[in-house]
Design a protein around this ligand. Sequence first.
Ligand SMILES: Cc1cc2nc3c(=O)[nH]c(=O)nc-3n(C[C@H](O)[C@H](O)[C@H](O)COP(=O)(O)OP(=O)(O)OC[C@H]3O[C@@H](n4cnc5c(N)ncnc54)[C@H](O)[C@@H]3O)c2cc1C
Length: 487
Amino acid sequence: MSQKFGIHWFRRDLRVIGNTALKHNWKANNGKVVGVFCFDKDFLSRKDFSHNRFQFFINTLIELKKEMQELGSDLLFLDVGPELAFKDLLTKLKKSDFLPSIITVSRDYEPFSRKRDAKISELFKSFDIEVNTFRDHLLIEPHELFRGKVDLGYKVFTPFSRKWLDIFMSDKIQKRILDQKNSLARINSKKKIFDLNWKEIDSSLGSDTLIEYSNKNLKNVTIEIPQGGLRTALKKLDKFKELINSYSDKRDFPSINGTSKMSMFLKNGSITVPQIIAYLDLDFYEKKDKSGTAVYFSELIWREFYYHVLYRWPEVEHEAFMKKYIDLKWENNNDYFQKWKDGMTGFPIVDAGMRELKETGWMHNRVRMIVASFLTKDLLIDWKWGEKYFMETLLDGDLAPNNGGWQWAASTGCDAQPYFRIFNPWSQSKKFDLEGEYIKKFVPELKDVPSKELHKPILGHASYPEPMVEHSVQREKALKMYKFDVL
Ligand SMILES: Cc1cc2nc3c(=O)[nH]c(=O)nc-3n(C[C@H](O)[C@H](O)[C@H](O)COP(=O)(O)OP(=O)(O)OC[C@H]3O[C@@H](n4cnc5c(N)ncnc54)[C@H](O)[C@@H]3O)c2cc1C
């Protein structure tokens, strides 16, 4: 059997609708396209691996396979790591004289993925297969944004966002948004658009790999895993449409459901930034515009900023962006770290955040900032410890924004908050959870404590600890630690 067909290699672009790479393949091969996903043992054995996030990923893959089959194609799971998996697969296909004409992929910007892609493209070349790569989850790619010379990346968010918005207004990008809008309108179509499945190619291909992975992983899952996929993400966006105008007023209050909850869908490409922009009709905004839509749009640009930073300075994955802070003398007290992870610090707002994370796999952004500041500047623990723990527990754990968020809070990063601006956990708590609704939800032993008592040390409680440190003392220690390294 010899006919022209293509393979789309899914990685973190887990959807059909608005998948530019897949669409290109589909057009080039008249609908004869099949999908491949490779479980990569190197990735799965990373130190910051999360069983919960992996289960969310698997659930999304299950949805994707179902969708591919409904549309007339199929998704094959390979489990020996992409290099070996593709080598075996392509060797087998070559023997039956049935090699794909092209392989398409969506570009990935993390250091691990860039190395993998550079290596594997050599393999594809050796089989004489053309590889076509496309942008996907970012609207504007890191290499498209530069200060004067192409090799100069942006270190400060405001000029980055100005340049980003300039490019956003270009015809090319506006067309891309329009394309996404048009494809989203076809979200409920069940028309068979593909015309090839793996069984037709080789009946021996295909196994229960996905289900095996799922069954094995489920044993280690500790929280309820939400439903994945583009349709679920869009339902959430429909609800968020009603809230977006008040986003700027409400986004900082953890007891209010005022944010979009898109991060975990963005992480695995169930949805992308261009799709969110298209779906919510987000448009150019002026810097002084503080409306809900403008502020929401700017948060999406922050996400792209942190990808830009990681792409331009991949070393931030392992060290402080600001060189002078690489060797800060952290105290790194293990006992303190455990109390922070357990939500038993004696600071109710910190404990509520850490328990929300453990119980749900998500934490409100304002509280992420509070607990990160507390870990680094009150407990004097290295931000990398907190970053890793977040990756182990967050359903949206995503290297670029996680690293950016931690380095921002620790004042070591690109456009971070200055080291002398140290959050006071008591005043943060009073400002953003005055009535203590959020605290009482996640620290139920405090439900009978009057709200105004939650924003100062709680002494002599039967089951809740007293503050493990004194904020004013720790603050001075932190200032000394940072100053010492600056001199
Ligand atoms: C210490 C720390 C760690 C973080 N770790 C992660 C992480 O691992 N993964 C992750 O996606 N985000 C991370 N963030 C950013 C932010 O907290 C989450 O993106 C946000 O809380 C997700 O909720 P949402 O989708 O409802 O956000 P919304 O407020 O609805 O915002 C919409 C989208 O904008 C982006 N966004 C919002 N705030 C930020 C921000 N501060 N930085 C970058 N992008 C942002 C996200 O993609 C988000 O989904 C971290 C922030 C901090 C301070």
